[in-house]
Design a protein around this ligand. Structure first.
Ligand SMILES: Cc1ncc(COP(=O)(O)O)c(C=O)c1O
Length: 492
């Protein structure tokens, strides 16, 4: 990787040396089992949510619950009694990341390559994280660990939990008008901040390839590892399903399709804002996804299927999975207690992903030899206020509502609002990028045309080893590993 500004890089090295920041490579985030003993030992007693630089090593799908160490990829299989389909549906668990959502990895992928090449100077710049919530929380977390100042931009109607977390971290917050799907307002705030604050460096997850590449290089291999652990000899990795906010997570599908050519990629969105399905728009309640535009980093040509999810289903299932009456009904209907116990690991968009996976399974008539993977990006921990609001609006959740929601919103999921994409459909999604990115955000038509070429994406993918080399060199310059070994008395 080319050094962009060697003086800025020297300052970044000095800052990281001073703070004892050791940066993990993507290879280590993919498989942290071989991290230096000094790191592994220091992590044992360190809470994952503490803003300590060592927690950069916890940006991995392999955090072991309880031990403070690493283990198998955190994956949760949702049984057929709940999904109503024969195919197996497995979600990677985002709650077991610092901040309780995997977006902390996407933010790492955007910030670190610029830090280690001197493009971002932690002594003079401020990292700006535009988002609907989890990405800016991830960005603030990573910036704090890396000794960088930051600003979070998010819509004012996002869940209270997100704002409270940012306040606790002492982040500067800019709340933009509207809800989940008001991303244009976020982009406007980015232009304004660039204009008035020259120190601001915007890490726009919707067009930063660091976001895509982190998922390609870390989430994709994590799914493959979970598949290899769970699959029998005649099983198939049938698909990767992901609701798109920035479309970063969807990028894992590009990796998986290269490994398993039969793997389909399903992009999901809210029915109340069906941009991919119908060039539609609108507000909705699936926090974290569906923003009335096609992200620059969405590889539209490689997407096989588009599914729209009714946000009413996600809100009702959030209640079914978390209210006592809902859990009682699930147990009475034969769902195993250990499965019911795990359902709070699914936040609102995770439930959307589950529904999208069921639709994909139904569309392709998948059977017990097919395993569909998706992401359970965050958990109910960020939505307790939403549950309370639902109770205030609709009254206590009771058994009748639970029975109805289970039958209609889960077992009754159909293939409505689903489209298997033809070549022209994919091209139409790609073309829609024009209106956001060329007309509004300063991209050129030539750049847009380049995104249609598969070679563009494989070129991006080939950059990952260079990142790791640049991180290794940066760590060598800070001497952070030696310092840690001396501090912990571990020599390996
Ligand atoms: C809760 C939640 N779900 C889904 C997503 C979508 O992920 P991606 O931006 O990688 O498409 C996000 C993104 O912030 C999110 O916060």
């Amino acid at each position: 990787m080319k050094i962009v500004d060697s003086a800025a890089r020297d300052r970044a090295v000095a800052r990281c040396r001073e703070r004892g920041v050791l940066i993990p490579t993507l290879a280590q985030q993919r498989d942290p089992s071989g991290v230096d003993r000094s790191v592994a030992e220091a992590l044992v007693d360190l809470d994952m949510q503490t803003p300590d630089p060592l927690n950069l090593f916890r940006i991995t799908w392999r955090n072991h619950r309880g031990s403070g160490g690493f283990g198998a990829v955190n994956a949760l299989e949702i049984p057929s009694e709940l999904t109503g389909v024969r195919a197996r549906i497995v979600g990677l668990v985002g709650e077991r990341f610092p901040t309780g959502a995997h977006k902390v990895g996407a933010a790492f992928g955007c910030l670190v390559p610029r830090l280690v090449t001197g493009e971002f100077d932690p002594t003079t710049h401020r990292a700006v994280w535009p988002s609907t919530g989890n990405y800016c929380r991830g960005g603030v977390f990573d910036s704090t660990l890396l000794g960088c100042a930051s600003i979070a931009i998010l819509p004012e109607e996002m869940s209270r939990e997100r704002f409270e977390w940012l306040e606790r971290m002492g982040a500067e917050i800019i709340a933009t008008p509207g809800c989940e799907s008001n991303v244009k307002e976020i982009f406007d705030a980015c232009w304004e901040i660039r204009r008035v604050r020259p120190e601001a460096v915007v890490f726009n997850q919707f067009d930063e390839f660091g976001n895509y590449l982190w998922h390609y290089g870390v989430t994709g291999p994590a799914v493959m590892s979970a598949y290899q652990r769970l699959a029998g000899p005649s099983d198939r990795l049938a698909g990767w399903v992901s609701a798109t906010g920035s479309a970063g997570t969807l990028g894992a599908g590009d990796y998986l399709k290269q490994q398993y050519p039969g793997c389909r990629i399903t992009a999901a969105e809210a029915l109340q804002c069906p941009t991919l399905l119908q060039t539609g728009f609108g507000g909705h309640r699936i926090e974290g996804i569906g923003d009335k535009h096609v992200p620059w980093i969405h590889n539209a040509r490689n997407t096989d299927m588009v599914v729209a999810i009714d946000d009413e289903s996600t809100m009702r299932l959030l209640r079914l999975f978390n209210e006592p009456a809902g859990r009682d009904v699930l147990l009475a209907r034969g769902v195993a207690e250990r499965d019911v116990h795990e359902l709070p690991l699914l936040g609102i968009s995770s439930i959307g992903n589950l529904i999208a996976a069921i639709k994909t399974a139904r569309w392709f008539d998948l059977d017990e030899n097919d395993i569909l993977f998706t992401s359970f990006t965050d958990s109910v921990c960020l939505y307790h206020t939403r549950l309370r609001e639902l109770t205030a609006e609709r009254g206590e959740y009771d058994r009748v509502a639970a029975e109805v929601d289970f039958e209609r919103r889960l077992l009754g999921v159909t293939t409505d609002h689903t489209r298997e994409l033809t070549y022209p459909d994919r091209k139409a999604i790609h073309n829609l990028k024009y209106f956001t990115w060329v007309e509004q955000q300063g991209r050129s038509v030539e750049e847009l045309d380049a995104l249609w070429s598969p070679a563009f994406w494989t070129d991006q993918q080939s950059r990952i080893p260079e990142w790791d080399e640049a991180i290794d060199q940066f760590n060598a310059d800070t001497g952070a590993l030696d310092a840690l070994r001396t501090r912990t008395g571990a020599n390996q």
